[in-house]
Design a protein. Structure first.
Lengths: 320, 497
């Protein structure tokens, strides 16, 4: 019996820390074979590059845990950035609106798209894949319309500076990401709301029978996710200094990949924010490391895809 | 019987799962043309043994000899073509395909590169007829009754020339009349030399249909006896390892005030004009055949489905229940018949299942205090003697009886005053059943109003103070005199035209 428990524990450890081990291996390998990887400057770059994906992945984690999916995050990020940039313009060297206005507008646009997804998923009971596939196209089209197909430039200097500045030793964008990760990990693990998110994905009918207002919770999840994506859009626009309507294509896939590599089940109910964060860093480090090695971006795509499939396969065999 | 010829030998089979020795050194033998019953509490090892036979699990050690030859390399497909078929409790078929399409799934007949539907329908029709099943092979599976679906599965097994057919709880979802039909089929198969492994918790059935009975306990084979030489009591002793004195508790309930009254409940096409009352301290039994509308009525009272008409009164006050949330608020708790579908969240832990419906009750702020939640869960695990390695174990890994205790624990934590128990002991073993009967009785004694819906007549007779019998969506009879609560009386109402 004792032996059995030991075997079980080894399995548990692997299950829990398998992706951490994978992350560590990537880290060590890239540090060993390239000189440029393990430098403070490069590590900071990875953090910055990964921050936007982490924000989208945080939003996506909530949605996937309910058994849903969000294909629209990349496009919603773009339109949030465009709207933000439109309100963030400088006229004669003076910002047109107070600082909060563009930020709130960006987040609000994301929130409204999330609300739209949520209403149709939770109330009209259309499959999330279909709804967000539609929203993905709608948001992209709307972004291009609003921006007239061109980047919205003329952003106030303060915003341009924001993303790059690092008053606390870390770039602002990374600090925002960390704050968001802490807040939403807390919400997911310590609150009733978080518990209900897991419950809905675990068995929606049983959750309803337990008195949970399942469709309201789902509505809140999608809306909240939209707001987070809106914030990501604002930060992205600050980073590139323009509201670029074409930005963020494929970001939704990166976010979903981070969630899945992190061990969250696409059928919902099982997963963790912790896993998602590790998943996002695996993707980030992989891309950066392959860049350092001079691997072409075409090959990077091939490798990233293989990693996703590998991670899910590993997860499957572990569960057996 | 064709002369005690051995068709299958499983020698010294052992199998362990993480943390559990599921089988230790089991040797089991099956003869041609016999019906061999396997009994044992859930988790005793009978299903594991059969899953090893069909190749769903791989044994750690041991040897299998089938039809005179070693039978070591197995998976679920090869065992089927080798002549071992298993009919699972939860039937496995494709609901939107026809009977014939299901029968030929994976071995379709082709004619010049396309499906030869005509030929397949013809053959399927023949097979069904050979077994005395009167069904059109072109009908869709989902249009059939459960018992008919089961007959199709049996037909499929036979069509593979199965030498061994394993039936796991074949009668758990069919009516008495259908059971008779099933037994007829089993006898025919037996006459043809097919060996049948019959897994069931129903004692009377076992003694009626089987030739030999093997009892498992804690992963070991305890005894194998000829059915004609063994008594029910002996089987129970072998199963639980001790004498089970009282399966049913003594009824001593003091009826108090009226807790729940419903008037004229109606759901279009499902049930009609349902009125009854339940008092504090009372156990009201709902009897009737499968599909008589009992479950549907309870679902509506609990707010899972919508009522078309009718009124619900809690302690004399009319209430509107539109969502289970309302029902919980008014102190109604439901143990649903569909444990895995509606009762539990299988991928969540015991703790999270126990507290899911009562987080609002115990935690006023949006934040869940871990220590307090652990304490709640531990209390229920102890009180209900839920067998689990820890409160963090996934409910999916518990046995049926313990899963059901988790469902009960949930409504106990809810502190509901009105408990609706729909088939509270379905698919769980006799030891756990008895425990649940005592719990139900204790709950009534402590002043709860209890409704027990059950298709097992002895359960109703053993527990209820008052019996309501439903038939085709209507109340056909109400037995209020405790002395009148007898199986024959209930049956009369249940099948009354």
């Amino acid at each position: 019996m004792e032996e059995l428990t030991k075997k079980n524990m080894a399995g548990d450890i692997f299950r829990k820390f398998g992706i951490v081990i994978a992350l560590a291996i990537l880290f060590i390998v890239f540090s060993a074979i390239t000189n440029a990887f393990f430098t403070p400057a490069n590590l900071l770059t990875i953090l910055v590059q990964t921050s936007i994906n982490i924000l989208l992945a945080i939003a996506t984690t909530f949605i996937v845990l309910t058994g849903g999916i969000d294909l629209s995050s990349g496009s919603v990020l773009a339109i949030a950035g465009v709207v933000f940039a439109m309100f963030a313009k400088e006229v004669d060297g003076v910002p047109e609106y107070p600082v909060v206005v563009p930020v709130v507008m960006g987040i609000l646009v994301g929130l409204l798209f999330g609300l739209f997804n949520g209403v149709i998923v939770a109330k009209a009971k259309v499959a999330p894949f279909i709804v967000t596939l539609g929203t993905m196209t709608i948001a992209r089209g709307a972004a291009l319309l609003l921006a007239d197909g061109r980047p919205v430039s003329g952003m106030a200097q303060g915003f341009k500076d924001f993303a790059g500045k690092s008053p606390l030793g870390l770039p602002n964008i990374v600090i925002v990401m960390i704050i968001m990760a802490v807040i939403f990990t807390f919400i997911l693990t310590k609150t009733k709301f978080g518990r209900y998110v897991y419950a809905i994905g675990g068995n929606e009918e049983a959750a309803r029978a337990s008195g949970i207002a399942t469709s309201n919770i789902k509505l809140v999840v999608y809306t909240m996710a939209g707001a987070i994506i809106g914030l990501a859009g604002v930060l992205q626009a600050c980073r590139i200094n323009v509201g670029q309507p074409n930005v963020g294509q494929g970001y939704e896939m990166n976010a979903i990949s981070a969630v899945v590599i992190g061990g969250t089940s696409l059928s919902g109910g099982v997963g963790s924010m912790w896993g998602t964060l590790i998943g996002a860093f695996i993707i980030g480090i992989l891309n950066n490391g392959l860049d350092m090695l001079g691997v072409s971006s075409y090959w990077q795509q091939v490798v990233s895809g293989a990693i996703i499939i590998g991670a899910v396969m590993m997860d499957r065999t572990n569960k057996k | 019987m064709s002369g005690n010829e051995v068709i299958l030998q499983m020698k010294d089979i052992s199998k362990s799962f993480p943390g559990v020795q599921a089988l230790s050194g089991v040797s089991y033998e099956l003869q041609k043309g016999e019906v061999h019953a396997l009994m044992g509490e859930n988790g005793a090892g009978k299903s594991t043994l059969m899953k090893i036979l069909t190749g769903a699990y791989k044994e750690d050690t041991g040897e299998i000899i089938f039809d005179g030859a070693p039978f070591m390399k197995r998976d679920e497909r090869t065992t089927l073509s080798a002549g071992i078929a298993m009919i699972h409790q939860e039937l496995s078929f494709v609901p939107y395909l026809t009977i014939a399409e299901n029968l030929f799934l994976g071995r379709e007949i082709m004619k010049s590169g396309v499906l030869d539907k005509r030929r397949m329908n013809e053959l399927a029709g023949e097979w069904l007829k050979n077994l005395g099943v009167d069904l059109d092979p072109k009908r869709k599976m989902n249009s059939l009754m459960v018992s008919e679906q089961q007959m199709v599965e049996i037909t499929k097994a036979v069509s593979y020339n199965a030498k061994i057919i394993i039936m796991d709880e074949p009668t758990s979802a069919i009516t008495d009349r259908e059971v008779e039909k099933l037994f007829g089929t089993i006898r025919d198969l037996k006459a043809k030399g097919v060996a049948i492994v019959y897994i069931s918790h129903k004692m009377d059935e076992i003694l009626q249909i089987s030739d030999r009975v093997t009892v498992f306990r804690d992963g070991e084979l305890i005894s194998t006896n000829d059915a004609k030489d063994i008594t029910m009591d002996q089987i129970v002793i072998d199963m639980v390892g001790r004498e089970l004195t009282e399966v049913y508790p003594e009824k001593e309930h003091n009826l108090g005030e009226e807790m729940l009254r419903v008037e004229g409940l109606k759901r279009e096409g499902v049930f009609n004009d349902i009125s009854f009352t339940v008092h504090r301290g009372e156990v009201v039994g709902f009897a009737g055949l499968m599909g008589s509308g009992r479950t549907e009525t309870m679902r509506c009272i609990y707010g899972l489905d919508k009522l078309d008409a009718g009124k619900i009164f809690i302690q004399g006050k009319e209430v509107a229940i539109k969502h289970p949330r309302d029902a919980i608020k008014y102190g109604i708790g439901l143990v649903n018949e569909d444990r895995k579908g509606v009762g539990l969240l299988l991928p969540l832990s015991v703790k999270h299942n126990l507290t899911l419906s009562n987080l609002d009750k115990y935690f006023k702020s949006p934040i869940i205090q871990r220590a307090k939640e652990n304490e709640l869960a531990e209390r229920m695990i102890k009180e209900l003697r839920i067998k689990t390695p820890s409160r963090n174990q996934l409910v999916n890994n518990l046995s049926g009886g313990n899963q059901q205790k988790v469902v009960l624990g949930k409504i106990l934590l809810d502190e509901s005053d009105i408990l609706i128990m729909d088939e509270p002991t379905r698919g769980i073993d006799i030891g756990a059943k008895s425990e649940i009967y005592h719990m139900i009785n204790d709950l009534a004694k402590s002043g709860k109003a209890v409704i027990v819906v059950s298709s097992e007549m002895p359960e109703i007779v053993g527990l209820a103070d008052k019996v309501i019998v439903m038939h085709e969506g209507a109340i056909k009879g109400e037995i209020t005199d405790p002395n009148e609560i007898q199986q024959e009386k209930i049956m009369e109402f249940a099948i009354a035209q």
